[in-house]
Design a protein around this ligand. Structure first.
Ligand code: FO1
Length: 337
């Protein structure tokens, strides 16, 4: 089978590790193509950092810091500290010494004219994630968050001045505690899907939406012109896994993002947000945790097949079971013409 997964950072990467484990334990030769979010990307100290691509690459390549969920294991931050001693900003960004090697290679390759797709492919030749990792686009796109100015500045009419912060500053420096009025992905309107992305969705036997952030990870991927449409029209079943369990995000700050776009922080609300493909939405089936079993009826009423299973990725076996439930649901769905 050809499995295509739209993935963000930590949640998506951990899901992929379980999916890969499931296929290998079944000796299943299916191949996995990952469409990775690049809206989190940022220029830091002259280096191009691609957090979600690197999180997938390191997690599946065996180099991830398990306790942080991002960056390299056994990492040091000597360069970061030295930069801070110079008083060079941003001091809030955790740039690891080993991680810098990846960013140096990427930055040099990009400035030599290679595309992000080519650079990602080259880095993956080193990391061997055993999935094909594609950026959602080779064009520069950066998620910004509209907040009231952190320094309390006011506009001439006396209302709080609204500013756009880079997502990483909002996420890392402010821990997503500044209420977000909205998200703007700079450059998205003129971004093209990276080579192979639309085909990976159109020609898939199943498309999966792992429990990544539905707003700033999967939501960003879906904003690349052409990608949401590819999801609506693929003959492959589209199955998603709720990132919200018992009314709270399992990890990260998806609740702050959902509130900003007026979506309730619940498994059913996120499923409804993606919408049923039978009525113009993006998914055919939605996996919720057993803690949200009461949501199954509500989601099914939307035209989305729904099942409640243990959906906490507590370890690789539990994650493999979630992936198995996704594939099982996909196989039980009526084939699309
Ligand atoms: N997340 C943090 O909470 N603090 C950091 O200092 C930090 C640094 C960092 C460096 C490289 C990288 O690839 C990821 C990093 N992240 C950090 C995680 C990152 O902000 C998020 O993983 C994604 O952007 C959201 O999924």
């Amino acid at each position: 089978m050809r499995i295509t997964v739209l993935a963000g950072g930590i949640g998506g990467a951990r899901f992929l590790r379980g999916l890969r484990h499931l296929l290998e334990s079944r000796d299943d030769q299916s191949d996995i193509t990952v469409v990775g979010n690049t809206g989190d990307d940022i220029w830091v100290h002259g280096l191009r950092v691609c957090p979600d691509l690197d999180t997938v690459m390191y997690t599946l390549g065996g180099g991830i810091s398990e306790d942080r969920g991002w960056g390299r294991e056994d990492e040091t931050f000597a360069v970061k500290d030295e930069l801070a001693s110079y008083g060079v900003e941003p001091t809030w960004f955790g740039l690891g010494d080993k991680d810098i090697a990846t960013h140096l290679i990427r930055t040099q390759s990009l400035s030599a004219g290679y595309s992000l797709t080519e650079v990602t492919e080259a880095l993956c030749r080193h990391w061997q994630p055993r999935v094909r990792l594609l950026p959602m686009s080779d064009d520069r796109t950066e998620t910004h968050v509209i907040v009231d100015s952190p320094d309390g500045a006011v506009a001439p009419d006396g209302t709080p001045l609204r500013v756009a912060l880079h997502f990483q500053e909002w996420w890392i420096r402010h821990h997503a505690l500044l209420p977000a009025h909205g998200f703007v992905v700079v450059g998205i309107d003129s971004a093209a899907p990276a080579p192979g992305v639309l085909e990976a969705i159109a020609e898939a036997d199943v498309v999966l939406l792992p429990p990544s952030n539905p707003v700033v990870s999967i939501g960003t991927i879906l904003q690349v012109p052409g990608i949401a449409e590819a999801l609506r029209t693929t003959t492959a079943p589209v199955v998603g896994v709720s990132p919200i369990v018992g009314g709270a995000p399992v990890r990260g700050m998806a609740d702050a993002c959902l509130t900003a776009i007026g979506v309730d922080t619940s498994a059913a609300a996120v499923g409804a947000h993606y919408g049923a493909r039978s009525s113009g939405g993006l998914i055919d089936a939605w996996l919720v945790d057993t803690a949200d079993a009461e949501a199954v009826g509500e989601v099914e009423a939307l035209g989305i097949r729904c099942r409640a299973v243990p959906a906490m990725m507590t370890d690789i076996e539990a994650t493999a079971d979630i992936a198995a439930a996704c594939l099982d649901m996909a196989s039980s769905l009526p084939l699309r013409p």
